[in-house]
Design a protein around this ligand. Sequence first.
Ligand SMILES: *[C@@H]1O[C@H](CO)[C@@H](O)[C@H](O)[C@H]1NC(C)=O
Ligand SMILES: *[C@@H]1O[C@H](CO)[C@@H](O)[C@H](O)[C@H]1NC(C)=O
Ligand SMILES: *[C@@H]1O[C@H](CO)[C@@H](O)[C@H](O)[C@H]1NC(C)=O
Ligand SMILES: *[C@@H]1O[C@H](CO)[C@@H](O)[C@H](O)[C@H]1NC(C)=O
Length: 460
Amino acid sequence: LSAKSLDCDWPRLLRGLAPSWVAPLAIHRTYMGCFSDDSRERTLKGAVFYDLRKMTVSHCQEACAERAYAYAGLEYGAECYCGNRLPSTACKPEECNSECRGEKGSMCGGVNRLSVYRVEELRRNVIYRGCFRAPENLTDTFPASLIQPNLTVEMCSEFCSKKEFPLAVIRGVECYCGYPTRHFTLHEGAEGPRCLQRHDGSGAGAAAASTHCLVYQTPVQDTRCTDRKFLTTKSKVFVALSSFPGAGNTWARHLIEHATGYYTGSYYFDGTLYNKGFKGEKDHWRSRRTICVKTHESGKTDIEMFDSAILLIRNPYKSLMAEFNRKYAGHLGYATDRNWKSKEWPDFVNSYASWWASHVLDWLKYGKRLLVIHYEDLKQSLIPTLKEMVAFLNMTVTEDRLLCVENNRDGNFKRSGTKQKGFEPFTPEMKDLINSYILTVDEALRKRNFTGLPREYVPR
Ligand SMILES: *[C@@H]1O[C@H](CO)[C@@H](O)[C@H](O)[C@H]1NC(C)=O
Ligand SMILES: *[C@@H]1O[C@H](CO)[C@@H](O)[C@H](O)[C@H]1NC(C)=O
Ligand SMILES: *[C@@H]1O[C@H](CO)[C@@H](O)[C@H](O)[C@H]1NC(C)=O
Ligand SMILES: *[C@@H]1O[C@H](CO)[C@@H](O)[C@H](O)[C@H]1NC(C)=O
């Protein structure tokens, strides 16, 4: 809940929503049988998850139920598909014979065979997105609607979830379902008395404030931008997605893949990323079947193998901390106090800070055609920055697809839990060292006629 939505009277809304907010996930699960799948025209068309090592039946059921799907289907022992229609072709039970990768003795489908469960989440969570000016013609903007006296948030959210829409929009007693689109971007939150519709569950006082509406995020994923494939013809131009470790390379790949619909590759192989859906991770990095290839390498030969590159740069203070966290706790965790206080941290800063600088300097020197992207810009103005990257890759993408990417901006791999607020691991000596590198890189960028580093971290 942002400060902007304060005027929408969210404490009241929160109270109204409290039951569904706090209830733990409870799921009814019913085995429906073994069904045939078609790998080209998927039978269950919703969200998809892979886990080559740890897939279990309940993991898949929960993943689908959380997103409000009615069916969860497992295949090949490691794949999980969600959807709302029961597959039509039933098979012999024994054809579902792939053992789940994460659970000995239980079956997770088979080759082109789905073990299907009906799942039903008893209480689902709804997230308040804010109060927004209603579009001119709501029937035109939203594909589904429900008008009901005494409408509640739960009713509307449930209705929209069933219809597989990520947004539930309420205006008075009207409930609309849809997506963020060009006509309803969710970019400018509104405030003021018009937002004070009350949806406290009693249905009383759903005052018609016809110019504004309240928007909720249902558990359904926005799937308009989640389909991805490999390039069907080999790319003529070999593009790197180059960054220093800890600079948001994985996040940029997530955004590029969802925006363009094509997988990205990698110079390395990381099974965790593959399991998170980065299927290009397993492709040979020179296959040219991916739209760009992640690399942290620097040095003339490595750079000259690429025809062009997106050079992603992040504040070195943040990059160093992120990379140190990754080294000690993986993609999603945090290093411990003991790690930060050990001798490894100063050693790490000493070697990595100079690498942060030489990485950019080398790409500026040997890179053939460069697009410089600052992580901070991507964070602050996602759509315009993403548009630049997409244009650099010579792709065309609709505005609605970009809005879908924005709706899914975090993916499944954001570090969560206790953020290290106000934590200062850098000594004055470390700062002097890092600041000198920042100034060097800033100057080198300007010499090549690129905009310099974001002012927020260039020392004055
Ligand atoms: C809204 O759009 C629908 C479908 O195009 C149309 O039938 C209806 O008359 C429009 N309503 C208004 C108030 O313009
Ligand atoms: C709607 O709410 C009013 C007042 O609380 C109540 O009298 C009425 O019966 C309710 N109508 C429906 C259809 O639930
Ligand atoms: C995009 O098109 C331009 C102009 O034709 C070309 O120079 C560039 O190499 C192309 N880039 C990619 C990634 O295809
Ligand atoms: C940068 O721009 C200036 C002025 O437009 C030009 O003279 C110079 O050659 C450019 N330098 C590079 C490295 O492109």
